[in-house]
Design a protein around this ligand. Structure first.
Ligand SMILES: CC(C)(COP(=O)(O)OP(=O)(O)OC[C@H]1O[C@@H](n2cnc3c(N)ncnc32)[C@H](O)[C@@H]1OP(=O)(O)O)[C@@H](O)C(=O)NCCC(=O)NCCS
Length: 168
């Protein structure tokens, strides 16, 4: 993957670091789960990530130098993909990394005979919603009481994006 400037990177400049993408594996789960625990109020456990690997889900990571900065987990079935998780480490957010990871996910899904990518997002997750909307994801529905919340449950917005190669 591309990019951009050499260190030092600063928050004020908000430049995207040079990223390398590869599948994450069992040895990376501790680092993945550490990011997960810092960015979500209701995080997946390390066991959830091991289960994802065992289930054959596509587990992608992005590294800046040797530091894991982002990951995504995608389940594919027949002609569709479901983005189950995508996150960027707190200190690396707003540097274009989430967009770079989502681009990587979509590019990889486009290399397979898939038509749609789906995901759920909390209506209160402004950063996630804006990211997905900026890529052209559309709201397809609402899943009632989908997520745990501090009081009761929270709905999920169900979004979809057509990833089929465009023909003119
Ligand atoms: C959502 C998340 C992945 C975005 O990653 P990021 O690297 O910070 O995002 P980027 O810097 O690539 O920003 C891409 C676009 O997303 C939107 N965005 C990202 N963070 C935002 C924020 N805090 N507020 C509003 N919009 C935001 C913007 O449209 C932004 O484009 P812009 O910079 O041109 O305005 C990150 O905030 C995160 O990991 N959050 C916790 C986990 C999570 O909620 N994942 C999504 C679950 S469905």
């Amino acid at each position: 993957m591309s990019a951009i400037l050499s260190p030092p990177w600063t928050d004020t400049l908000c430049v995207q670091p040079e990223l390398s993408f590869r599948a994450f594996n069992e040895n990376d789960v501790a680092a993945v789960a550490a990011i997960e625990a810092e960015v979500y109020l209701f995080p997946w456990s390390a066991g959830n990530f091991f289960d994802s690997l065992l289930s054959g889900y596509r587990c992608m990571g992005a590294w800046a130098a040797d530091e894991l900065v982002s990951y995504a987990v995608v389940m594919t079935a027949i002609d569709e993909a479901h983005l189950l998780n995508l996150a960027v480490a707190s200190k690396w957010q707003r540097h274009g990394i989430g967009a770079a990871m989502l681009t990587n996910v979509i590019d990889e899904m486009r290399r397979q005979p898939l038509e749609m990518i789906y995901l759920e997002v909390r209506p209160t997750n402004l950063a996630g919603l804006r990211l997905y909307e900026s890529f052209g994801f559309n709201q397809l529905g609402v899943r009632r009481d989908y997520y745990p919340a501090l009081t009761g449950r929270e709905d999920a917005l169900f979004l979809g994006f057509n990833i089929a190669p465009r023909t003119i």
